[in-house]
Write a protein that binds this ligand. Structure first.
Ligand code: NAG
Ligand code: NAG
Ligand code: NAG
Length: 259
């Protein structure tokens, strides 16, 4: 390809994609992660940032901190809606007079309270390699990301995501097991009603804290949003133990999502 046509190609991608936000996680497609930094001037962090997530966690380099506190997630039934964004299945968390906001406190949050905004579900094609974070280079079949914004400092998620100490993300890795964790099973069943882009379904019985495995241990680091614009405002917490999904539950409805 000549330099001139290469330039034109990038320009075309930039104008098509920046306008209607058609970025994708598919590394082989236009708009995949290695293009994000070129697509839009507000996404420059995706290319030039130094604290970019996800990361590979190498246990031999971790430092143990005996003073770190457990993370607390409100143990309540959340007001929730399940939606197929076209890129992934996502649980949007809201609140009303019957169901208050779900807050995250404790942990490495320096006393701040973070309000749960959404749970993003990352998965691969088939039942492998769906997670964004990796452990010693190993990718897990799925990863749930509970994303919350600092409600002591900011009024909404989008302004927090561009601001210091704005976002906290809890990452729960999911491995194949003989049974599916109960709260995750509710989501896998509900995926059958959001098979197509932009479909949504109210979830009446979701308790996000029940997605957490039985451990208080986690790894924490300062990183970024893992979608454009990759803002470096996220305090990540990677829970130190996976939850499980049975092979037949990854295999059916989840497979068709995000297409
Ligand atoms: C979460 O925090 C908000 C204030 O930011 C409060 O109104 C709400 O009741 C809290 N949720 C619970 C379950 O306590
Ligand atoms: C999953 O990742 C591993 C390690 O990178 C790779 O060897 C394997 O081919 C991948 N599998 C699929 C189906 O992409
Ligand atoms: C978020 O908060 C900012 C600052 O308070 C405000 O300007 C913006 O309109 C809000 N965005 C949404 C989507 O509510």
């Amino acid at each position: 390809m000549s330099p001139a046509s290469f330039g034109l190609l990038l320009y075309l991608i930039a104008t098509c994609l920046a306008d209607d936000y058609q970025w994708t996680y598919d590394e082989e497609a236009f708009g995949g992660p290695s293009f994000w930094g070129l697509l839009n001037k507000d996404w420059v962090m995706c290319k030039s940032g130094r604290l970019q997530s996800p990361i590979d966690i190498r246990p031999e380099y971790l430092l143990f901190d005996p003073n770190i506190k457990p993370v607390h997630l409100d143990r309540i039934n959340a007001m929730a809606e399940f939606v197929n964004t076209g890129q992934m299945p996502r649980v949007r968390i809201g609140n009303n007079h019957k169901k208050p906001a779900v807050n995250m406190t404790g942990g490495p949050f320096n006393g701040y309270r973070y309000r749960l905004q959404r749970i993003d579900i990352h998965m691969g094609k088939g039942d492998v390699n769906g997670s964004e974070h990796t452990i010693n280079g190993k990718r897990f079949p799925m990863e749930l990301q509970l994303l919350a914004y600092n409600s002591d400092l900011y009024t909404n998620f989008s302004s927090a995501s561009k601001s210091p100490h704005g976002i906290a993300g809890i990452s729960i890795l999911v491995d194949i097991g003989s049974e599916t964790t109960e709260e995750l099973l509710k989501l896998t069943i509900a995926t059958s009603s959001i098979m197509y882009r932009k479909q949504r379904q109210i979830l009446t019985e979701i308790e996000p804290w029940k997605l957490l495995p039985y451990t208080r241990d986690y790894v924490t680091y300062e990183g970024s949003m893992t979608s454009p614009g990759c803002e470096e405002t996220v305090l990540w917490i990677i829970i130190n133990q996976p939850i499980h999904i049975a092979k037949e539950h990854v295999g059916n409805s989840l497979l068709l999502l995000g297409k």
